[in-house]
Design a protein around this ligand. Structure first.
Ligand SMILES: [Zn+2]
Length: 340
C-alpha cells in the first residue's frame, strides 16, 4: 500500500483509527474531509493488548480494501485518535484509566508494522480539536479550547493555530482542574474535587450511588435496581422532577461554568467548543450557565471576546481529525525522534 503512495497533502488520503474503551472505528479520510469505508468493532479489552492491536489493524485494512484503486493509491499514512494520556512523539498510549492492558502500548509502531504505513498518534480530545478547527465549530480560530463532556471530561488547547502539548503531551487536560480544596467527589484520575469528578458521567454516577446508599432518592434507587447508574440516569432524574438529581445536575453545570471563567481568564480563547454526549443532550441548558458566569465573573476583555458554542462534527470527530494530524506531522522527523 505504501509503494507509490503520494504524500503531497492536497491529494493525500489518510487512514483514520479512533480507539476508545468500548469501540474502535476506522475510515479513510479524503482531503476535503469526506469519510470513506467506515467500519467499527468492539474494543476487545478483556483479551489483552495483542487482541486490540489485531482488531485495530484489521479495521484499518478493511477501510483501505474498500477504496477504489485510484483512492487507495493516494493513502499516505495512518492517523490515530486514542484514549489518553499518550506520548505523541513515541507513539505510545501511556496509561489509560480502565484499560490497564494498554499501559505503555506502542500503538503507532504496531500499526506501522502491521499495516505498512507511517502512523501518528494523538490523544482523542486533541484530534477532535484538530477536526473542529479544520471543518467544525472552530474554523478560522487560532486560539480556542475544546471540551468534551461525556463519561469523562476531556479538553484540548489551541494557541496561535497550534495544539498546546506541553513537554509530556498532557497539556489540555482541562477536566482535571481542581475546584474544591481538601475534598470533593473522587475523580477518575485518582484526585479529588476535580471538574471531571463533579460534572462528567462517571463522577455523576458515583455521586448518585452515594445518594442511593443514603436513601435520598427513590428515582435513583429504582434505576440502580435495574442496572449500574450512569450520568444519563441523573440527567433523566432531573427531567422527571427528582430533587436529588436536579441538585447534582445543577452542581455539574455550575462547576463547568466556574471552570469556564478560569479558562477564559487564563487562555483568552476566541471560542470554547463543547462536545460529548452529556453536554450535547443538555444543549443550551449546559452552555447557558457557562455563558452567564463568564459574562458576570471573567475579566472584561476576554469575556467580551469568547463565544461558547456546541461542537459540530458529532461522533466522526475522532476520524476527521486524523487528516490534519497527519498533514501536520507526516515527513517531520520531530514526530518520530523518540521512537526506538
Ligand atoms: Zn482528575
Amino acid at each position: 500500500m505504501a509503494e507509490g503512495a503520494e504524500t503531497t497533502s492536497d491529494r493525500m488520503v489518510v487512514l483514520a483509527l479512533d480507539i476508545g474503551g468500548t469501540q474502535i472505528r476506522a475510515a479513510a479520510i479524503e482531503p476535503d474531509g469526506m469519510r470513506l469505508g467506515r467500519c467499527s468493532a468492539p474494543t476487545p479489552v478483556a483479551d489483552g493488548a495483542e487482541a486490540i492491536y489485531r482488531a485495530c489493524a484489521a479495521l484499518l485494512r478493511e477501510a483501505a480494501d474498500g477504496l477504489p484503486a485510484a483512492v487507495r493509491a493516494r493513502v499516505a499514512a495512518i492517523g490515530i485518535s486514542s484514549m489518553g494520556p499518550v506520548d505523541p512523539w513515541r507513539g505510545l498510549v501511556v496509561d489509560p484509566p480502565n484499560v490497564e492492558v494498554f499501559r505503555d502500548a506502542p500503538l503507532a509502531d504496531e500499526m506501522e508494522a502491521r499495516v505498512g504505513l507511517p502512523a501518528y498518534l494523538e490523544r482523542d480530545t486533541n484530534v477532535a480539536a484538530l477536526a473542529e478547527h479544520w471543518l467544525g465549530a472552530a474554523r478560522g480560530c487560532g486560539d480556542f479550547l475544546y471540551l468534551t463532556v461525556s463519561t469523562g471530561l476531556g479538553g484540548a488547547i489551541f494557541h496561535d493555530g497550534c495544539l498546546m502539548l506541553g513537554p509530556d503531551g498532557t497539556a489540555g487536560e482541562l477536566g482535571h482542574v481542581c475546584l474544591v480544596a481538601n475534598g470533593g467527589p473522587r475523580c477518575g484520575c485518582g484526585g479529588r474535587g476535580h471538574l471531571e469528578g463533579i460534572a462528567a458521567g462517571a463522577g455523576l454516577a458515583m455521586q448518585a450511588q452515594d445518594e442511593v446508599a443514603r436513601g435520598a432518592s427513590d428515582f435513583l434507587r429504582a434505576r440502580a435496581d435495574l442496572a449500574p447508574l450512569t450520568g444519563k440516569d441523573v440527567a433523566e432524574g432531573e427531567a422527571a422532577g427528582d430533587e436529588v438529581c436536579a441538585r447534582l445536575m445543577q452542581r455539574a453545570r455550575q462547576a463547568f461554568a466556574i471552570a469556564c471563567v478560569g479558562w477564559v481568564n487564563a487562555f483568552n480563547p476566541e471560542r470554547i467548543v463543547v462536545g460529548g454526549t452529556l453536554a450535547e443532550r443538555q444543549g443550551e441548558r449546559w452552555l447557558a450557565p457557562a455563558r452567564a458566569a463568564v459574562e458576570s465573573s471573567a475579566l472584561r476583555a476576554p469575556a467580551a471576546r469568547v463565544k461558547i458554542v456546541p461542537s459540530e462534527l458529532g461522533k466522526d470527530v475522532g476520524l476527521v481529525g486524523a487528516w490534519p494530524l497527519v498533514a501536520q506531522r507526516h515527513g517531520d522527523p520531530a514526530w518520530r525522534e523518540r521512537r526506538v
